[in-house]
Design a protein around this ligand. Sequence first.
Ligand SMILES: Cc1cc2nc3c(=O)[nH]c(=O)nc-3n(C[C@H](O)[C@H](O)[C@H](O)COP(=O)(O)OP(=O)(O)OC[C@H]3O[C@@H](n4cnc5c(N)ncnc54)[C@H](O)[C@@H]3O)c2cc1C
Length: 541
Amino acid sequence: MTKQHYQPFPTQTPPELKGAPARVYPVAIIGGGPIGLAAAVDLAQHGVEVIVLDQNNTVSVGSRAICWAKRTLDIFDRLGVGERMVRKGVTWQTGRLFHAQQEVFNFDLLPDTDYKMPAFVNLQQYHVEQYLVDRAGDFPDLIDLRFNNTVTDHVTSDTGVSLQISTPEGDYSLQAEYVIACDGANSPTRKRMGLSFEGESFEERFLIADIEMEDDPFANADNAERWFWFKPPFHEGQSALLHKQPDNIYRIDLQLGADTNPEEESRHENVTPRIQQIMGDKSFQLDWVSVYRFRCARLAQFVHGRLLFAGDSAHVVSPFGARGGNGGTHDVDNLCWKLAAVIQGRAPASLLDSYEQERGHGADENIRHSARATRFMSPANDMERLFRDEILSLAADLPFARAWINSGRLSTPCSLIDMPLQTSDTSDTLADDSRCGLVAPDLPLDNGDWLLASLSRNSFTLLLVGVNQTSIIDSSNLLDALPVVTISLTEHAQRRYGRGAFLIRPDQHIAARWEGTDLNASLVRLAWDRALGLADKAHAA
Ligand SMILES: Cc1cc2nc3c(=O)[nH]c(=O)nc-3n(C[C@H](O)[C@H](O)[C@H](O)COP(=O)(O)OP(=O)(O)OC[C@H]3O[C@@H](n4cnc5c(N)ncnc54)[C@H](O)[C@@H]3O)c2cc1C
């Protein structure tokens, strides 16, 4: 059991079991893990009432996700928990890769400075879930968290989804216009629907040991880093990974091979000597031990009429690259504004198909990177092993070989360039970092605030960089519905955007952009319609 004290969440008798009249909820979420909780907060920020049903009554038990990437932190900041995560978490941006005893190379994940959020924060998943539960409490009229509520069955129709729910106090049913299945890697919803989860399973087993230790195992105690070893002297022939977490907890991940016995390997008396090999005579306590295997797989479709899948229920990857929880958070970011727009009648239901398209693309990217890293770590045959070992021995001296080394390509924002919701981009003077489809880059503002934090949390924003709003937009009723943020052309703004106007989606992706003098209200309207899935309207105009 971890150092974390798992305080049970309060539970209440559901109104349906107290004789309340039947009603239809706009959205029900199955699963209150990080993804279900994040989706609830996001929908509430968009003004959508949501009910979350979880079979347990605590945050997730045990040690799971710890690494949260910059883009995810930006999303969590939009959801109101990002600053808290950074305050509690361990910030890092340097990774070092060792082959045997030699450092082969190191990398800096955020060489450019002046972003609100760091490259990575390490923070136990149970803290993230607790922060999201706390944040949900800010929306008492919109979020109804129901713990100890297990969804046992569902029926979909053209108008909604009916759920069967079991609680310690009795069973009841509930209707929702839309349901998001965030019920994890073994998703009962997915299984009930008989959906196949296509992908690749890996035979290799890994040991996770979280240890509590006063001494810092990193050479430079001021800066936490990610250290990865191939064939370290302390773990013959395999790989190892070391991360720092808050509260003097360190995550050690050891490759065990395919033919190991998970029960034997998890015994503390067998784990302790393995850790002593790494930490020498430093004193430590085991906080959590587990042995796992993984697969890289996804649903062919995330959207099934009014039932949508997000997070691990939709796709799973290996932990190397930290793309599971991060990828699921990107699903939430992409889905919730669209679902809100559909429910509130601002967009057609077909807008949800773009969730499928955009996040399916994200899932493929995550699976590709994750599977490659796994194959590099555990070569499938002698040829692959020979190639891998040659690359490792060349990498210290020959930079070309380093590009082949793969210990997990860490989670990055997913590009939506050239996807249908974005207006095609013809500018050759605006910055590359602000191309349509990319996430809007953050930057510090003159007033001490940050750009991303200044954008609307629940609607599109028109960002004007170094251009005067009144001289280029001639339709005041457009601006009534579209928040405008105007910033000056500072050195950062010039480098990350350029002088121009940018239509930014609620998930902070750039939907359209125009050079300084190219803008008028009808172009903005057209791009906005396109981004809301009203492409027909956009074409007709
Ligand atoms: C060892 C390990 C290390 C990892 N490290 C990282 C990392 O560093 N970074 C990263 O981004 N990701 C990491 N991950 C992945 C990350 O933990 C998952 O991607 C994340 O938990 C997915 O969240 P989720 O909400 O989709 O699913 P889950 O966290 O699995 O939550 C599912 C929820 O659904 C509920 N539920 C299930 N069935 C029902 C039902 N019938 N009725 C009601 N409720 C139900 C469960 O109680 C649970 O609360 C790691 C995973 C592991 C195992």
